[in-house]
Ligand binder design. Sequence first.
Ligand code: ADP
Ligand code: MG
Length: 399
Amino acid sequence: MKSVDDLGDLRGKRVLVRCDLNVPLDGDQITDDGRIRASLPTLTKLREAGAKVIVLAHLGRPKGQVKPEFSLAPAAKRLAELLDTEVALAEDVVGPSATKITADLADGAVAMLENVRFEPGEESKDEAVRGELADKYAALGDVFVSDGFGVVHRKQASVYDLAARLPAAAGTLVFAEVEVLRRLTEEPARPYVVVLGGAKVSDKLAVIDNLIKTADTLAIGGGMVFTFLAAQGLEVGKSLLEEDQLETVKGYLEQAEQSGKRIVLPTDIVIAPEFKQDAPPTVVAAGAIPSDQLGLDIGPESGQAFAELIKDAKTVFWNGPMGVAEWESFAAGTKAVAQALTEVDGLSVVGGGDSAAAVRDLGFSDDDFSHISTGGGASLEYLEGKELPGLAVLEEKKD
Ligand code: ADP
Ligand code: MG
């Protein structure tokens, strides 16, 4: 992939930059600005080169409609504070406001288009529809920089189609993320431990296939663990369970056993009678979940066992909270795992939006880890061995 340095003299050029500014919001308050901070190095570099910087980004899922609650206004405001400069936010994506704001931009100044997902073409499955929108984006700029790592696994107009239409390069965030993922896939230092949790069970089961080949040990917690416990014939009560994945999971357990890899499951679980913040927590053995209760965290014994495994590793990749970490009664497992990652003598990587938010929420700082990935889905798809369209399109343009 080309880098920003390969794009030549950018002074006075209009540079369209796809960023991932999809931050969690509480009303119009940003609760974790990590993704905005991660966008700063590329934007600063472009400003210093004298480019007219035009940011393209999405927020939430407005699904092709203009919905004020998904306006990028809070992100534009925070970005302006962090860059200590004005960020002009257009009122539309490719309409008259966007045209005017980008035409009036001074060298080194920054503007932002409204949420690209206000445009139905952005996420269209129809290449011609996406292409039509990408043509309009392309008319606003001279070159394109792809720096929204969290969306590079999406074949979308501002990620994929736009890159094909202008001279294009990857930004520093995309390079940094890819570099770390490469270290996780090509000759990782061993022992290599992967910790998986979270709620998107069926999505994440797909990664296991590939990880079981590269990692030495897979420790499993979070919502997906109950499908593993059930696959071993244990009762999981009202816990999250993907019945249609039981056979697949049995296959993973056998595959691990035959290839000398370890899949480590929790031996105790924190349960509660209902999915509620103030539900009373109880610790039981993993095989003793009553039928009218559900598992909301791994237990203390398991937290300690996972922590021991992690601390002894040379490479650790962690995605997905061990329990409902947003609620104090069910956050201990996630905290134990996070703490252990900070003590790793080697490469420690946290991936996933909720995982990153959880570690910051629990009081850890970004510097406590080798890398906090801004893209959960994108990093998992990379580790699965899939081709990421937003990266592939940049690689094809190498000449
Ligand atoms: P990430 O964004 O880091 O990839 P996910 O989106 O897959 O992670 O999952 C995060 C969510 O998983 C959190 O909101 C957390 O509350 C939830 N979760 C974790 N463990 C459980 C569980 N045992 N039951 C239900 N939800 C869980
Ligand atoms: Mg998530």
